[in-house]
Design a protein around this ligand. Structure first.
Ligand code: R1P
Ligand code: URA
Length: 271
């Protein structure tokens, strides 16, 4: 992340894209002037204040490895407790997770990872592992206080304009990849993933969203030896049950207003 001590606040909103980070940072106070650090490995960290409270927004790119860099390199330069919320996009994996809505991972996050040994027959002269093709891991919980603040802040910013169904909460499922571990079918590859989403939903009745970072944030926060309070919310950009996708202008508006709501929540969580 190319950050040193003093470059990252102990309250952080983490996002995937630089454009989402810039939208959120546009709400920062004009003074002190926000500081921007762009790393050669795709991280952008903007630090300033919101209503006088020190806060950062970090764009980290995609996937669990980038979240691992974010969590560990942030902790390396931030002293004391940390409050962090991811504000991402996701696929909806329950019929009710409608596109354009924002789902808070109040119920925590599971993790799905491909089991390469189940495909070993493709490159070794041996039988494939007969175990599951994909390992579906136990749910890691979110911080209840932060999840509650994120949900109420999203409701007050978005419900007036879009109605009550714009905000929901549930269990998130983080996949280690966008394609096979999210049940996307590619004829040109052996993936054996056509029942994966059904298996995930059968295991976790409250599973509503699927993306690529939240579990790693929650899991590493729980494994940190100092207080690290985290939660996540994600805009549903595609519903995997009915193949609907969000309109570009809705996404733009929900990113802006939802981003403001998450920023407010992160700056309000007691620390
Ligand atoms: C995939 O398109 C990416 O979008 C989601 C996934 O978690 C993954 O990173 O989140 P972001 O929009 O925050 O990147
Ligand atoms: N991000 C993901 O990881 N999956 C989706 O389906 C949409 C966004």
């Amino acid at each position: 992340m190319d950050c040193s001590k003093g470059d990252i606040a102990n309250r952080i909103v983490t996002v995937g894209t630089e454009s989402r980070a810039e939208k959120i940072a546009s709400y920062f106070d004009a003074t002190p002037a926000p500081k921007r650090i762009k790393s050669g490995r795709g991280f952008l960290t903007i630090t300033g204040t919101y209503n006088g409270v020190a806060v950062s927004v970090s764009a980290i790119g995609m996937g669990p490895s980038m979240m691992d860099f974010f969590v560990r390199e942030t902790k390396a330069v931030v002293e004391g407790p940390i409050v962090a919320c991811r504000f991402g996009t996701c696929g909806g994996i329950s019929p009710g997770a409608r596109v354009g809505s924002v789902v808070v991972a109040s119920g925590g996050s599971s993790y799905v990872a491909r089991n390469p040994d189940a495909f070993v027959h493709r490159y070794q002269n041996e039988e494939a592992d007969t175990g599951p093709k994909y390992n579906i891991h136990k749910v890691c919980p979110a911080d209840d206080k932060l999840s509650g603040l994120v949900e109420s802040s999203l409701r007050s910013r978005l419900e007036g304009k879009y109605g009550e169904s714009i905000v929901d909460s549930g269990v998130n499922v983080t996949a280690e990849s966008f394609y096979s571990s999210q049940g996307r079918i590619f004829e040109m590859f052996e993936d054996d993933n056509d029942t994966l989403i059904d298996e995930v939903c059968a295991k976790f009745k409250e599973a509503k969203t699927m993306e690529m970072e939240t579990f790693m944030l929650m899991h590493l926060a729980k494994c940190c030896n100092e207080p690290f309070h985290v939660s996540a919310a994600a805009i549903v950009v595609a519903n995997r049950c009915n193949n609907s996708t969000v309109e570009a202008d809705t996404l733009e508006e929900v990113e802006k207003l939802g981003g403001l709501a998450v920023l407010e929540a992160v700056t309000k969580r007691e620390i």
